[in-house]
Design a protein around this ligand. Sequence first.
Ligand code: SIN
Length: 311
Amino acid sequence: MTTVERPAPSSSVRLIDTIAGPRVANRTSSDWQHLPYTRFDLEPMAPTIGAVVAGVSMADELDRETFAELNRALLEWKVLFFRKQNLTHPQHAAFARNWGELESHPFARVRSDQPDEPEVLRLEKGPDVVGRENLWHSDVTWRLCPSLGSILRAIELPAVGGDTLFCDMSAAYDCLSDEVKQYVDGMFAVHDWITTFGRGMDPATRDRLRPDFPAVEHPVVRTHPETGRKMLYVNIAFTQHIVGLSQADSDELLAYLYRQASFPEYQCRFKWASGDVAFWDNRSTQHYASSDYFPQRRVMDRITIVGDRPY
Ligand code: SIN
């Protein structure tokens, strides 16, 4: 990978871009969009991201046509929501396997009542553990091949709160100014788990895991392997710095790029109910789990599908 010294973008660009929100309407054009769905009903939640799918039982085997339409819906809407599914762990895993091999999370605590499937990551919050997924992120971008998608299932919910928000990172990229696009296209950034999962770890464990999970470099603008769309691919949880920039310039540019995920124009927000499932395309989205329910319990099971190397 080549390391290039880049000049900082002109200050006029930075000023305009940091004081204003998105300056153009969301662009959603692509060939496969707006084709009808025939195997289920689909109700969009926001102009470019989030749709509720009705008429699919996730517990049942998917036929080829339904799988193909669900995948098209996932690419188009980036996160799909399924109400009242009440899946078992094997059904959850079997549904996910339609999209590929499943990941095990190397840093997950192994619990005595861990569900049978090793691929199920239990996220359990309550009076003793506060929700910490309340920062915009894509899952496991510290992997060389971060996950294709995650499928999250509600197990136990607070009376109110605990919503999950999602952001469309292709819309975020589309709405950057041409000058900023030109500046960031072709850049790479370092992603690492050390500042999150590594923080509370004892040094011996950290050293043991390090060789298997070194810091990795990913493009700042990623191309979606199925749609060909460009997406902003840095996140505040795992991105450390931009290759070839001074720490100060990298921090400034990253702060600007992270801020793009905060615009409601690119977002949808899901209010969970018992039995619900969310399936997001982890390549084109970031998410944020609102941690507003302490000390109530919120228990979720997540399964992630192995993805490919970003380019
Ligand atoms: C996650 O960050 O993967 C979990 C999101 C959630 O618990 O809503």
